[in-house]
Design a protein around this ligand. Structure first.
Ligand SMILES: NC(=O)NC(NC(N)=O)C(=O)[O-]
Ligand SMILES: [Zn+2]
Ligand SMILES: [Zn+2]
Length: 512
């Protein structure tokens, strides 16, 4: 027995620890990637990291409660019901927010931050400052509009390096599915293994030459790899049909008239793309050949045939979901002024009847989540002076405003704060497979937004906006309700009263 204890056991222990180490190093979940270890008090506008926040309105999975949330070392350690009844804490460690709402931080899984390569369009610094100021505690960055596009493990590394030391909230990354890696699945496998949370593809031209569109066969090939990683593909679902009035060749249409642009991208483009996608999603159900893969349709604008196809696919058990964006829920084609290219995006903002039906689908749960599709550019490409809807860059700039916009317009349709939290936090976290985020529950990251739904404000030049080209945002000039007061990321107070904590503090890149 002694022989065993003194000779074999130590060897066995070493072998087991090596196995455990290498297993977790290569496990296929997106590991957290701590990028900075500043002393905690530099990561927060608060002097301490064990404290309570209390309010009469705390959004929890069990509903809205009055009470307190205990935060320590970046995590939620207790949630106590009953306003003023928090545990044994010294008075100065309790931050009382009165009747302001304490809610899980927003998770925006569709943003284009454009870095590296097009930092003049946005960049991690201004983009994540705007996120923090808007109560967004995690963003998932798209693989295009940055240069080079993120379509391999090497280009993902360029992104992680560019983001380091510049981020004010947690950041995750989508990879890109393009013909090149769809036809060489080893590249795609390496990209997923390197930690992207899923992949993005376009079924029509993306507007960026170095991010080519994919066919349904490319998507099918990609799904076979995604099934292995249990990760989603998020798809720009428009397929060019010949019924779009191609105004390029019909030059008597006025390019300053929004309807000219609207008529070039009819709902049939979304319907055609989604019809192909649901033809594939049937294999993603339980027992299907693509079980484990998930198809997510981004920025749905068509509330009719396209949505019906998605509902039908969901009802038969396909692993499929859909998002829409605040601009489709706030604006209508009838009200877009001539030449105001700030409102150009693809798919296009449609009419008032469509907007009402989109809200109905959101409130009935047929639309799973909301994102901003923050897709900024520089003034030279937005062509606001020229006002040419056909030539201008398509993309709405809005990352800092999603909470007040969703609330201001949603409350008129009966949207509740609980529904808003599901749409902007819990479900986006589930789509991106980001654990420990999206709800206020013990053990989760203390990612929290404190906001005042009843407080109105004018989004004008006096309002502290951190988006780089805020003057190109379609929301400027709006009067909104729902003011963000404080934002916490992993227990760090990263934004308060227009001020940010130093960048890269206590936030992490969600990738290996
Ligand atoms: N390259 C882009 O950012 N395109 C974006 N543009 C929009 N939505 O108008 C998008 O998400 O499709
Ligand atoms: Zn898109
Ligand atoms: Zn986009």
């Amino acid at each position: 027995m002694d022989q065993f204890v003194w000779r074999v056991l130590p060897l066995l222990t070493i072998l087991i620890s090596f196995f455990v180490f290498f297993y977790f190093q290569n496990s296929d979940t997106a590991q957290l990637y701590p990028i900075i270890k500043l002393p905690r008090n530099q990561c927060s506008l608060l002097p301490h990291h064990h404290f309570w926040i209390s309010s009469k309105r705390i959004v929890t999975p069990q509903g809205i409660i009055s009470g307190s949330v205990e935060i320590n070392e970046g995590r939620i350690v207790s949630v106590v019901e009953g306003y003023g009844k928090q545990g044994q804490s010294k008075q100065e460690e309790i931050i009382d927010y009165g009747d302001a709402v304490i809610m899980p931080g927003l998770i925006d899984v569709h943003v284009h931050l454009d870095e590296p390569g097009r930092t003049e369009w946005e960049g991690f610094d201004t983009g994540t400052r705007a996120a923090a100021a808007g109560g967004v505690t995690t963003v998932v960055d798209m693989p295009l509009n940055n240069y080079p596009t993120t379509v391999s493990k090497e280009t993902l590394k360029l992104k992680l390096d560019a983001a380091e030391d510049k981020i004010y909230v947690d950041v995750g990354f989508w990879g890109g599915l393009v013909p090149e890696n769809a036809l060489n699945l080893t590249i795609l496998d390496e990209l997923l293994s390197a930690g992207v949370l899923g992949v993005k593809s376009f079924m029509c031209p993306s507007g960026i030459n170095d991010f080519p569109m994919t066919t349904i066969d490319h998507i099918k090939a990609g799904l076979s790899v995604l099934a292995k990683y249990k990760r989603p593909i998020v798809v720009h679902s428009e397929l060019v049909q010949d019924d779009g009035n191609d105004s390029e060749h019909d030059d008597n249409r006025d390019p300053h008239d929004y309807l000219t642009y609207l008529n070039t991208r009819p709902p049939s483009w979304e319907e055609a793309a989604i019809r192909q996608l649901v033809g594939v999603s049937k294999d993603t159900g339980i027992g299907g050949s693509l079980e484990g893969a998930h198809i997510h349709i981004v920025h749905l604008s068509d509330s009719s045939a396209s949505l019906d196809l998605i509902k039908e696919a969901k009802s038969r058990g396909d692993s499929i979901s859909v998002e829409t964006c605040p601009h489709y829920l706030a604006f209508t084609s009838e009200e877009i002024p001539n030449g105001d290219t700030r409102f150009k995006c693809s798919p296009p903002i449609r009419d008032a009847q469509n907007k009402d039906k989109l809200w109905e689908a959101v409130l009935e749960g047929h639309i799973d989540l909301l994102t901003t599709d923050h897709s900024p550019t520089v003034p030279e490409l937005k062509l606001l002076e020229e006002g040419d809807f056909l030539k201008a860059w398509g993309g709405i700039s809005s990352l800092q405003f999603n909470l007040p916009v969703t609330w201001s317009y949603g409350k008129k349709y009966g949207l509740t704060i609980e529904q808003l939290s599901l749409l902007w936090s819990k479900r986006p976290a589930a789509l991106a497979g980001i654990e420990s985020k999206g709800t206020i529950e013990v053990g989760n990251h203390a990612d929290i937004v404190v906001w005042q739904p009843e407080q109105e404000f004018d989004l004008d030049d006096n309002y502290p906006v951190f988006i780089k080209h805020y003057e190109l945002s379609a929301y400027m000039g709006s009067r909104l309700s729902g003011k963000v007061l404080d934002t916490y990321v992993r227990g760090n107070l990263v934004f308060k009263d227009g001020k940010h904590a130093p960048s890269a503090c206590g936030v992490q890149i969600l990738a290996t």
